[in-house]
Design a protein around this ligand. Structure first.
Ligand SMILES: [Mn+2]
Length: 329
């Protein structure tokens, strides 16, 4: 992605280097519902700052997924904002297309002397004083790796584990199209630090809590095909969540099963909550499910999006499915 409206990454790296070297206080935050890349990148950057003797506050408004608890520094992340904002504090946001993607921190950010925006998504806005945006990177971890290189700090074992986790999770284990030769090169260089990459893959991909597997079972049971097998629909009822003491995080990845069926071009997973229904969409190729999500006030990308409907599930399903059928016309 070399869109002319984007600032040159080299120049932005230079500005970040200056800010990192001259600043004393930093505030780091990932996006809401943080993932392995946002957290892994943030923790590696945290370690870099600590090695340079900086004071750093780590924040995440939403809880950290438990399969990332093994990452070094994870316990330092606070769920509440600091009571006092130190002088000349630089805020660094990880994968937040807009500042409020980090949570209710806009007032806090206004008090910071600088905001740094680091992202690899093409939806990123230029709200930072420094904008490190690179849509050609598979992950934010890849960008942070390059920053370590730029600032001439040799990556240590724990930092390598954090960045590797970011790359592995965001590329779906080197499988998504954003994976590039550079992604593999960086992963290879990280492996030289001899952290236990096999254990990381076990924790993230071969460990599933009981409620996740039970919900997966219920979702697969509910699976139905519409529009001559081009649309797949799955539904999880509130009673399913209650029966297995499951939470929203236990539905992660379930939707991808529907996309495995040959011929399916789009799928939706409905999750019934107390007062609303969440719809999550996936699609292939040119099928743009973000149109459906945004119609109901949600958002996302062409092939992955979601929305929430304050309706009983029967009504929500009916409305969403008829909209989904529209995009096939
Ligand atoms: Mn990412």
């Amino acid at each position: 992605m070399k869109s002319p409206r984007l600032p040159k990454i080299e120049e932005e790296f230079e500005k970040l280097k200056e800010t990192v070297l001259s600043g004393d206080n930093f505030f780091l935050a990932p996006h809401l519902n943080p993932d392995g890349d946002a957290i892994g990148s943030m923790l590696a950057f945290y370690s870099l700052l600590k090695r340079l003797g900086k004071k750093v506050f780590l924040f995440s408004q939403d809880p950290i997924p438990s399969n990332l608890f093994f990452l070094d520094g994870i316990k330092k992340i606070k769920r509440v904002l600091p009571s006092r904002i130190p002088k000349n504090c630089t805020a660094v946001l990880f994968e937040c297309s807009v500042p409020k993607r980090a949570g209710d921190i806009e007032k806090f950010l206004a008090e910071c002397s600088k905001v740094v925006n680091i992202d690899h998504h093409k939806t990123a806005q230029l709200y930072g004083d420094i904008n490190i945006l690179d849509g050609s990177s598979s992950s934010t971890a890849e960008i942070i790796y390059r920053f370590f290189y730029d600032i001439k700090l040799k990556i240590n074992k724990n930092e390598a584990a954090c960045l590797y986790t970011g790359i592995v999770t965001d590329t779906g284990r080197f499988h998504f199209p954003a994976t590039s030769p550079r992604t593999h090169e960086i992963a290879a260089l990280l492996l030289q630090e001899k952290f236990d990459f096999s254990k990381i893959n076990d924790i993230i991909y071969a460990t599933k809590p009981y409620p996740s597997l039970k919900l997966l079972g219920r979702a697969l049971e509910s699976l139905k095909l519409l529009n001559k097998g081009k649309i797949a629909v799955m539904t999880l009822k509130l009673s399913d969540f209650k029966e297995f003491s499951a939470r929203a995080e236990h539905t992660e990845n379930i939707i991808n099963y529907a996309m495995m069926i040959p011929g399916v071009k789009a799928c939706v997973l409905f999750k019934e909550e107390e007062t609303r229904v969440t719809a999550t969409f996936r699609s292939k190729d040119e099928m743009d499910v973000s149109k459906v999500a945004s119609f109901f006030g949600g958002g996302g990308h062409k092939n992955a999006s979601g929305c929430k409907l304050p309706l009983p599930w029967e009504t929500a399903e009916e409305k969403v499915i008829s909209r989904l059928l529209e995009i096939f016309k």
